[in-house]
Design a protein around this ligand. Structure first.
Ligand SMILES: Cc1ncc(COP(=O)(O)O)c(C=O)c1O
Ligand SMILES: N[C@@H](CCCC[NH3+])C(=O)O
Length: 442
């Protein structure tokens, strides 16, 4: 197996990440445990920066914090000179708590509530990516009553089908996100915003989907957006300052995934945009992207302890871990596939094919089907790779299972950035119901 980033096998046969052995991590924090290789996140951010610098364009890389948000991660994003995409009051709150510079925060979402919009306006964040007419009318009223200026982008659906799971594909016409191009909704929105006293239309946004391995979809989206821009130039004399093409850059979950170098996506998109701008005899707008998975996905590894075993002769052997769809719902939701290794005997030869089950009361709670592993013993540590995006952030308490701890590792050191949930956390916000009348004890 080829390991990612700083992950390697140490002299005792244990997987180590960031110079810290998984043996140490299990002892210090228990399992399940999310481990982030911080250097890998730094390297990925720098790869994006370098790609843009090579193209000599003005740009912003907004980390899509939905992929994994917590104070430490947001602080790291700030240190790495990223901007930040938030898409709920909770993500915005976390960014504010982390002290992220408000002017680099961009607010997304197909149903931002009036309260969330007010929060964004009050904190004077960088921009709001307006998604629909309802939101636009709320935002207009809000900025009028507070007499506050707000920069906006409009999100459009370019009608491009990304080749990915349909649940994570968003650029197609039939989508809940953004203004439709074909029915001239985007034109109407532009007209409304550009003629509004307190809103400034900085540009246009599109996001075609997630876990995309081909640059063509992005190039196609750029062309579609420019076809619309041409119309806006002619109709309203409007040309955007900002072109935001969203995120969605694919990563390696298993050996079957072959992601493109990040620079390939950037080069292709920027070149397509340069060509289109030249065609219209206009300057290239500032180029924005919003990667989530590509920044943090492969940096994350989940450590589990292997527990029970069920052998069904001539059918399958199930081995269960102490987590499952509560810390990684992606296999159940998108049939996502992962690779894994026995972290405490990483050099041992594969000997048996087993399927890794979670501990929830759901047959669909499977993490990996039919994986070849060394002979498993109870108590072995299983390391599941590339769990850094949409793992912890989609974690839940089904079956009242506790959310794992999250640890950052770097240069041989480890720090807990999210504590493991405790049983008390489960009932902390609960009240007894006052109308309960317990039967008298005999
Ligand atoms: C608007 C928007 N931007 C950025 C992202 C980040 O996507 P990814 O994590 O695939 O880069 C998403 C999620 O798909 C999104 O909906
Ligand atoms: N949560 C999804 C991606 C959706 C991204 C947000 N639009 C995943 O795990 O792949």
């Amino acid at each position: 197996m080829t390991y990612r980033g700083t992950t390697k096998v140490n002299e005792r046969g244990f997987i180590e990440i960031g110079g810290v052995s998984t043996e140490t991590l299990k002892e210090a924090y228990g399992t399940p445990l999310f481990v982030y290789d911080v250097k890998d996140i730094r390297d990925r951010a720098n790869e994006f920066h370098d790609a843009f610098k090579n193209q000599s364009v003005s740009y912003q890389i907004a980390y899509a914090s939905k992929a994994f948000s917590c104070i430490a991660m947001i602080e790291l994003a700030n240190e790495l000179e990223l901007s930040l995409d938030v898409c709920s009051g909770g993500e915005l709150y976390t960014a504010l708590e982390a002290g992220f510079p408000v002017e680099r925060i961009h607010f997304h979402g197909n149903n931002k509530t009036p309260d969330e919009l007010e929060m964004a306006v009050t904190h004077k964040i960088g921009c709001i990516v307006v998604d629909n007419f309802t939101e636009l009318s709320w935002l207009m009223a809000l900025t009028e009553s507070s007499k506050q200026q707000m920069d906006v982008l409009i999100r459009i659906t370019p009608g491009v089908e990304a080749h990915t799971h349909e649940y994570i594909s968003t650029g197609q016409e039939d989508s809940k996100f953004g203004f439709d191009l074909n029915s001239a909704q985007a034109d109407k929105a532009i007209d409304m915003i550009t003629s509004h006293e307190f809103l400034t239309l900085q540009g246009v946004h599109s996001h075609i989907g997630s876990q995309i391995f081909r640059a063509e979809g992005f190039e196609e989206a750029v062309k579609e957006i420019y076809a619309s821009i041409e119309g806006w130039v002619n109709k309203f004399d409007y040309y955007p300052n900002v072109l935001n093409v969203g995120g969605g850059f694919g990563i390696r979950y298993t050996e079957n995934d072959e992601p493109l170098p990040l620079s390939t996506y950037i080069d292709k998109m920027v070149e397509a945009a340069k060509k289109e701008s030249n065609r219209l005899n206009k300057p290239l707008p500032e180029f924005w992207i919003e990667p989530g998975r590509a920044l943090v996905g492969e940096a994350g590894t989940t450590l589990y302890t292997l527990g029970t075993r069920k052998e069904i002769p001539d059918v399958r052997t199930y081995v269960s871990v102490d987590g499952g769809m509560t810390d990684n719902i992606r296999p159940a939701l998108y049939q996502a596939e992962y690779s894994a290794t026995l972290a405490n005997r990483a050099h041992a030869e594969p000997e048996e094919v087993v399927s890794i089950a979670g501990k929830c009361c759901e047959s669909g709670d499977m993490l990996i089907w039919d994986i070849n592993l060394p002979k498993i013993e109870q108590g072995d540590i299983l390391a599941v790779f590339s769990t850094g995006a949409y793992g912890y952030s989609m974690a839940n308490n089904y079956n009242r299972i506790l959310r794992p701890a999250v640890v950052f590792v770097e240069d041989g050191e480890h720090e807990c950035v999210i504590e493991r949930e405790q049983f008390e956390d489960l009932t902390r916000r609960e009240n007894r119901y006052s109308k309960i009348m317990l039967p008298e004890k005999a």
